[in-house]
Structures are given as C-alpha cells and as structure tokens.
Design a protein around this ligand. Structure first.
Ligand code: LMR
Length: 624
C-alpha cells in the first residue's frame, strides 16, 4: 500500500530508542524481518551512560546499532529517523521528551513511562502542538503499522504478531487507551476483518499527548484505512468528540466502538480502573453514557464487549460487500530465527559442545569435585591431597597417597630467595608489579633446569626400567645422545651435602608404599652418576617424579593412564603448585618490606664486549 501523510509510521520509518531496552529492541527488529522490511526500523540508541554500539539480530545475522550519549547527537547523526521511542523512567521522561521535541527531524514521540506528572504531560503536549508533532503516551505501549513498523513491545511476541497477522497491512485503523487491550483487539480484528492497518494505544493518563479523537480524525483522512475501531475507557470526554464528529459527518468511515468500564456502576463510589485517567468523576464520563452517545451518533456499539468481535465482523462484511475493500495479497511472514538457547531449551536443535570436562560441575547448587559435592568433601575431612586426587587423577586416594602428595607440596613450597622462581618473583614485585604478574614471572622459570624435571625424570626412568635397561646402559644411552638425565644433579646439593627434602620423601615412601621399584632403580643410577661427580644426585624433582611412578603403580593405575599422566607433563604440577606457595610468600614479603626497584650491580656482571681493535680486525663485519 502507498504510504501517505496521515501515516505516523510506515514501512520506511526509522526510529531512535532512548534507553537500552534489549528485548523491546530485538522484538522490533524481529517484526521488521518478519514483514520483509529492507532496512531495520531502528537507526540508533541513546544511552546516557555509554556511547558505542549495541549488538542485535537482523534475521539470522548479527548487526550493530550505534549508541550515543545524547538525543541531540543521535538525531544529528541520524536525520533519517523521525520517531523517538522514549523508554526513560517517569523521572527523566519530561527532560528527554522535551529534548526530542526540540529536534527538527523528530516528528513522532512515544513516551512509555507511567506516572509522568500531569503538568509535565500538558507542557509536552503544548510543545508538540506548537511544533506540529505527534505524541503517543505517556503510559503507552506504543503502536503498530501492520507490515511496517512496530513500537517497542506492542503486539507482544513474534508468535502473537503472526497469529494476529500484523506482518501485513489490512484496512482497519484502531485506537485505544489501553496497550494490553490493544493486543487483544489486534487479535479480534485479525479474525473478524482483513486485518489491521494501524493501531495505536494513546496511554491511560488523564492528559495524553494525543487523544482518541485526534487519531480517529487521522484515520478518517487516511485513504488506506476503510474502517475505524475505537476502544474507549471510562473517564475523559474524547468519545464525545468522536460522536459529535460522526454526527456532523466529519467522520464518514464506519466506526465500531466500545467504551470499557461499564461494570463501574456495580461499585458504590467512583473507582479508578488501573489507568490514571480511567475514572468517572461525573455521570458524563461513565462508560455507559459514552457508549450511548456513540451509538446514537451512528457508531456501531455492541451491547457488551462479548459481542465486540461480531460488531467488527458485520461492519467489515458490509463494507467488503459494497466493494470498498481492495483485495489483499496474502503472503506468509518471513520466519524469525529462534535464539539458540530457546531452541535448545525446546529441543528443536541440538548442538555439539565445544568443551568436555570429566572432573567438575558447578551447574547445581554446589560444585561437584569428580562427582562429590564440596559440602561432602568438607564433611569427610578431605584435605588438599584428597582434592588433588579427585581433580587431577579422578581418584579417591587412600590416606597414604594423599599424605604423600601433601608432603610433596610441603617440601617443594620454597627453597630460599636465590633460586630462579623466587628471584624472578622478587624482581617483578620490586618493579611494582601485581601479585599475578610477579607470580607468573616466577612460574615461567619452571622448566627442565628448574623444578620442571618431574615429568621428564618419570618419563626417562619409566622407559628404562620398563625395558629392563641396566643403570649402566641407561646412563650410556643419554650420554651418547649428549642429553642430561632429568632428575639427576643439583647446583648446591651433593653426596656430602644431601638434600633433606629427598631424604624425607624417600623415608616416607619406604615406610608407606608397598614397593618402590622405580626409586630403587633411580638410586642405582645415582650410585653410578655420583661416582663421576658428587653433585649428580637424585634431585628433588627427580625424586618426586620417580616416587609418583611407584605410587601410581601401587594404586593400580593402568599402563595407559600412567603413560598419559607422565607424557602430558601433568606431574610438573606438583612442583608448580608447591612452589606457588613460596613465590606468593616472596611477593607478600617484598611488598611488606616496601622494597624499591631492584637493579643488578655492575660489579656482578662481566662486561665482555668486542674491543675497537676487534672491529678493525673485521670480526664484526656485516654478514652478507
Ligand atoms: C629448588 O627447589 O628451588 C632447588 O632445588 C633449586 C636450587 O638451586 O636450590
């Protein structure tokens, strides 16, 4: 249908929304898409707290709507928008509505807020009239041009919209005070005529920005509307103006009307029905009086709301029979893609997961550690060794195993400030870095030469013993390759200065493990290596890794499980976790001491740069 000047909204209308009403915004765009609009009905959003953009769906694509801090900026960037939908609260509705009316491009203003002071509503109406603009509201849900433009939440969900055929225009103009009742009316109109052309709810306040009468007049002039439906309400006098205009012949199109609130007479005194303006202070304002006057003027007024549908059906039928209703081309709405979470919830689609976990689940009332609720973990007195058993190895560990893990953490927790990890942590803390950065700096030093030989040692020794390699052959093999045996050797510990930590771990294993074949093998290797150099001892990383092989064997881990754990490098986690305790300690200590930036002393650095002569001798010539 051709649009005309009496359309407040049409399929090309663009709007600006004040307030990030994500659902209403998305519903507007879903409607546009269902109607086959070429461009989204929204140009921009105003969000006083944040400029930027807002992501929305347009069909099954994601698009962005620009977001501005002020109505002025949004309007100046989007002169194509001539509607402003104001979702401001009643406190700021006046200020923001006034700002919108000041903008030249805004022709229609919709005020959703309820409870705007009447004095302010009247002032806004005065301003709108002066500038020849329209206001819908305050306290309105908005309105809709079928197949063209939908304001905010009007018409409800896309399912309601499709049911009420609002995705394509019919020939009925509808105006009501109530937004909730207008959704019901759209459905009634769809079932008893060829459908809605335009419907607006003016809002339930006593001083609306535009009146029922003004919209009826607009519909009378709009050639696309062939029949008018009015749903009035107890209170106010706009219905009298409509009746008067019908009588005078100013409204010639058939009007089907009903004024709700006829039950008010059942109450002893004047009562207010929900809306601020729905209250009859005089008999003149009652629903009955207004229905009577409308009927007498020539409007089709049913006996009760129950037969409102029939009144619409008969009136429309008469019009259609007289040939006044052009034939409509029916085409179904474009399907609205479902949001994935809704589709999943309804079982319409299934999606492959991107992640798998077999250790924890926090979707219920409390997290589960490998299936055990944390309250039970606590109640059963499980310690950190047990928790590591559950989360790392998916096992309820026997007590000796959990205790062993805890012992490892205790002995690995720190080894003074001079070692790589602590040193880096200290330097970073003194450079003013935060805990996580300083800790990360320390953790990043853990590797084959420092603390990170646990897995490597387990791998090398496992391979050797599992293949019945003699300690001599084992040593020869790695020597031939020019590779250090992981877990062997220490910078300061030696046969004469044994590492107490290794002694403690060995003692524990001998006392509590059923057998220690890997440890026994490693000690034979140590006997040979220390003959060459007395610091080629089994070091702490090596001892942890090797004893973990014995532990996993004792606990009945399968070969595959042991191989996976060893080869994936997870055993280094034992040192990482233990040493994290110490590194955090160093961080806290440095901060507490208020230590300043660390600078390494020159005296401790050998400066061995090339001499001038070397340059002349051609040693630093450019390599071509
Ligand atoms: C440590 O656990 O940090 C030490 O074994 C390293 C060292 O050089 O003392």
């Amino acid at each position: 249908m051709k649009t005309n000047n009496y359309d407040l909204l049409n399929p090309n209308t663009r709007a600006i929304v004040y307030g990030v009403q994500a659902n209403a915004i998305q519903r507007m765009l879903n409607f546009d898409h269902a109607c086959g609009r070429e461009t989204p009905s929204l140009s921009a959003i105003v969000n006083e707290n944040k400029a930027g953009y807002h992501k929305v769906f347009w069909g099954n694509e994601e698009i962005i709507l620009p977001m501005y801090r002020t109505i002025e900026r949004a309007c100046s960037h989007h002169p194509e928008a001539d509607v402003l939908i104001n979702f401001a609260s009643f406190r700021s509705a006046y200020r923001t509505s006034k700002a919108a009316l000041e903008e030249d491009n805004i022709r229609t203003l919709v005020i959703i807020a309820e409870g705007v002071p009447e004095r302010q509503s009247r002032e806004l109406r005065r301003l709108a009239r002066e500038k020849d603009k329209w206001i819908l509201g305050p306290a309105t849900v908005g309105g809709i041009v079928a197949g063209g433009f939908k304001i905010g939440n009007t018409g409800g969900t896309i399912e309601n919209i499709n049911e009420s055929k609002l995705y394509r225009p019919g020939h009925v103009g509808f105006v009501s005070k109530s937004g909730g009742m207008s959704n019901e009316a759209y459905n009634i109109i769809a079932r008893n005529s060829d459908g809605l052309y335009e419907g607006v709810a003016i809002g339930g306040d006593a001083f609306p920005g535009s009146t029922l009468f003004e919209h009826v007049v607009r519909y009378e002039h709009n050639p696309n509307i062939k029949m008018i439906v009015v749903l009035g309400e107890v209170g106010g006098s706009a219905e009298y103006q409509i009746a008067e205009a019908i009588k005078k012949g100013e409204i010639k199109k058939p009007v089907v009307a009903w004024v709700t609130g006829t039950c008010a007479k059942m109450f002893p005194a004047s009562i207010q029905f929900g809306h601020a303006g729905a209250k009859a202070d005089t008999s003149y304002e009652t629903a009955e009086a207004k229905n009577k006057v409308l009927r007498e003027a020539g409007a089709v007024v049913p006996e009760s709301f129950d037969t409102f549908d029939k009144a619409i059906a008969t009136t429309f039928k008469k019009l259609a029979e007289s040939g006044k209703i052009p034939q409509l081309k029916e085409s179904p709405p474009a399907p609205t893609p479902m949001d994935l979470p809704d589709a999943v919830a309804q079982g319409v689609v299934r999606r492959r997961t991107g992640f798998t976990t077999t250790i924890t689940d926090d979707r219920g009332e409390e997290p589960l550690y490998c299936g055990i609720p944390i309250s039970q973990v606590v109640e059963r007195g499980m310690g950190i060794g047990d928790v590591i058993g559950l989360l790392w190895f998916k096992r309820r560990m026997p007590e000796f195993a959990s205790d062993f893990i805890e012992r490892v953490l205790v002995i690995a927790a720190d080894h003074g400030p001079a070692v790589s990890g602590a040193h880096n942590t200290i330097v970073a803390a003194r450079a003013g870095r935060d805990l996580v950065s300083a800790l990360a700096s320390g953790l990043l030093t853990i590797g084959p030469r420092f603390g990170g030989a646990v897995s490597g040692a387990a791998e090398m020794f496992k391979e050797a013993l599992d293949n019945d390699m003699s300690p001599e052959a084992f040593i020869r093999k790695w020597k031939a390759k020019g590779v250090n045996i992981q877990g062997i050797g220490h910078r300061i510990k030696s046969i004469r200065n044994p590492d107490k930590r290794v002694e403690l771990l060995k003692d524990y294993a001998r006392e509590h493990f059923p057998e220690t074949p890997y440890l026994d093998y490693a000690l034979k290797v140590e006997q040979l290596t220390t003959k060459k150099k007395d610091n080629l001892i089994l070091n702490v990383d090596g001892c942890i890794g090797i004893l973990f092989l014995d532990l996993m064997n004792a606990l009945g881990f399968s070969d595959k499980e042991i191989d996976d754990i060893v080869l994936d490098g997870g055993l280094n986690g034992l040192f990482v976790l233990g040493r994290t305790i110490g590194m955090i300690g160093h961080f806290i200590d440095q901060k507490r001491l208020k230590e300043g930036l660390y600078r390494h002393p020159w005296a401790d650095i050998l400066f061995a740069l090339p001499e001038g002569e070397d340059l002349e001798n051609g040693q630093l010539e450019r390599i071509e």
